[in-house]
Ligand binder design. Structure first.
Ligand code: FPP
Length: 239
């Protein structure tokens, strides 16, 4: 009997290859980021149509600040305009949006935008879309640890109650299920400090396709790959 196709509930993506996409066309790197942001927009629709409930993309890492200032400025400008459009899009598509990462280092205006977007969209029950911005997995774990320690001190809670589940509630991904599938584009096969805690049991899919070229067909390939795997959680195979 043919097995039913499994759709990952949560897909996490490392968007990579914007710069190379632009270079191949003799364009400035920022043109690659612009095209990359269009692909993000398209993928929000495609993954939701495919039956995925959560999508988390790596837009800007804690390490990305070390890029040339002109590129950082251009990316920030692009992300800010993206977030502005996102407010309209989230209302139209019933999409909830959340930013993961330490937003305190972002421009004040952008922090305000993020808070508004999260507040307005928090109860929308379409796609749950997470954007990792000034995000680093180690930084997230340390920030979570500080908050957990502070709570213990201030509320007189005990250290012993810190289980995996309790600790997860101090992470930026509180209430968001762990990703089932990680996709990284452009041929790189590294985790680059992305969702270190949350990706513990995910399947990893790597493709040579550059992010701006990623499309519905590529998404299908990633889901096919996911279906070809036996999902194992410590030894017990899912049927
Ligand atoms: C990846 O390609 C690019 C980034 C991590 C920079 C920011 C991403 C965007 C602006 C895409 C839009 C995201 C959203 C949420 C709208 P790269 O520059 O590392 O490419 P390269 O490895 O080819 O140089």
């Amino acid at each position: 009997m043919e097995q039913e196709r499994k759709i990952p509930k949560h897909i996490a993506i490392i968007l990579d290859g914007n710069g190379r996409w632009a270079k191949k066309r003799g364009l400035p790197r920022n043109a690659g980021h612009v095209q990359g942001s269009r692909t993000v927009e398209k993928m929000c629709k495609e993954v939701y149509n495919a039956g995925v409930d959560y999508l988390t993309v790596y837009a800007f890492s804690t390490e990305n600040w070390s890029r040339p200032q002109s590129e950082v400025d251009a990316i920030m400008k692009l992300l800010s305009s993206y977030l502005k459009d996102c407010l309209k899009r989230s209302k139209k598509n019933n999409m909830s949006v959340k930013v993961l990462g330490d937003i305190s280092r972002l421009p004040t205006e952008m922090q305000e935008q993020i808070k508004e977007l999260e507040e307005v969209s928090k109860d929308f029950d379409g796609l749950h879309f997470q954007v990792a911005l000034n995000y680093g997995g180690r930084d997230e774990i340390i920030r979570g640890m500080h908050r957990a320690a502070l709570d213990r001190k201030e509320k007189g809670l005990s250290m012993e109650d810190i289980t995996e589940e309790e600790f997860s509630s101090y992470l930026d991904t509180k209430d968001i299920p762990d990703p089932d599938l990680l996709i990284r584009t452009s041929g790189e096969q590294r985790l680059s400090n992305y969702l270190l805690w949350q990706l513990a049991y995910a399947e990893f899919y790597f493709t040579d396709t550059l992010w701006p070229d990623f499309d519905k067909k590529e998404l299908e390939k990633a889901i096919d790959f996911y279906n070809g795997r036996d999902r194992r959680f410590g030894g017990i195979k899912e049927s």
